[in-house]
Design a protein around this ligand. Structure first.
Ligand code: ZN
Ligand code: ZN
Length: 327
């Protein structure tokens, strides 16, 4: 197999040829068709997430075709298209796993972080965390749904049923979730870096009711806001934009420090909450819904050995959709 490997935190990924991995009991192997690049991959290579399993193959928005299965896995899965997300394995026994909150498992494994991911020609995954996907669809378009889509969906559920939804940081997740919101009949208010007119244009083109800079006040009070950008100063900005009783959801795995803020902007029963990982239940809801809603993704493809360029383009904000590696 071919892979892009993180050997040392803060260093570029290194191209490597390795023997093809063998699926163990309960696992399957995929020939990777596409793997999207997520901001979390940047947090992994930069060392913001402190527990990577080095040397590591990053990548957790994987779409591929099953070409081998381990013991105990239905051989009928061979030849099918599956998607592998960030949550790669859970223990099934801890209090969280037993209370329908496997996203908070005490002994989880994460794809492309504590187990090898999809910046590679092949990857081995837990068969229970490989979701069947549409075999007819375009694998590149599907890839961003595996994290931007799933985490976005979980964030939107946490945001509640409100009609006026603010989205802070108009990258891959916001692009997908804005479409879901519009399909559900909600209004989208899109916030991006001040002066990023391309992102604002993009949001309006998609059907957003309003687009502006992150520090701007929207023309109406929002029912809820989701923050996808890893910027702590957006928390007080979003709290000021939501109505009494409104919610602010932080959708990222890592964020810069939240500045000190007056209690008054949280008061009146505003809620601030975070989203961690995903559950298999989220996937079971989201993939059919994305199909029904006709969710499109906006992607830029890179060959596998250009993974470092894809990461740098994401870091520099040069992407309006998602970077996707095609091995
Ligand atoms: Zn568990
Ligand atoms: Zn991700």
């Amino acid at each position: 197999m071919r892979a892009m490997v993180l050997q040392e935190i803060g260093k570029p990924l290194v191209f490597a040829e390795r023997p093809d991995p063998t699926p163990a009991r309960g696992e399957l192997r995929l020939v990777v068709e596409a793997c999207a690049v997520c901001r979390t991959d940047l947090h992994v290579v930069d060392g913001d997430l402190t527990d990577p399993h080095l040397p590591l193959v990053p990548g957790h928005e994987i779409v591929g075709i099953v070409d081998a299965v381990g013991e105990g896995v239905d051989t009928a899965r061979i030849g099918r298209r599956v998607g592998v997300p960030w949550l790669g394995h859970t223990c099934g026994e801890c209090p969280y796993c037993r209370s329908n909150a496997e996203n908070l498992c005490d002994r989880p494994q994460f794809t492309g972080y504590t187990r090898d991911g999809g910046f590679a020609s092949h990857v081995v995954a837990d068969a229970d965390f490989a979701f069947d996907l549409d075999g007819e669809a375009d694998p590149v378009s599907l890839a961003p749904l595996l994290c931007a889509g799933l985490i976005g969906w979980r964030s939107l559920k946490k945001a509640g049923e409100g009609r006026k939804i603010g989205l802070y940081g108009f990258g891959a997740a916001a692009y997908i979730i804005a479409q879901v919101c519009l399909w559900q009949g909600r209004e989208v208010y899109a916030f991006s870096r001040s002066g990023d007119e391309a992102a604002q244009h993009f949001a309006l083109g998609l059907g957003a009711a309003w687009a502006g800079g992150s520090e701007q006040k929207p023309p109406v009070e929002l029912d809820a806001a989701i923050i996808f950008a890893p910027v702590g100063s957006l928390v007080p900005a979003a709290l000021k934009a939501v109505r009494k009783g409104g919610r602010v959801v932080c959708g990222g795995i890592h964020m810069s420090d939240i500045p000190s803020m007056p209690y008054a902007i949280l008061w009146e029963e505003r809620q601030l909450l975070s989203v961690a990982n995903l559950t298999r239940g989220d996937a079971a809801e989201f993939f059919p819904l994305a199909r029904q809603a006709g969710v499109r993704t906006h992607t830029t493809t890179y060959p596998l050995d250009k993974a470092n360029e894809a990461l740098e383009d994401l870091r520099a904000g040069r992407l309006s959709g998602a970077a996707v590696l095609v091995p």
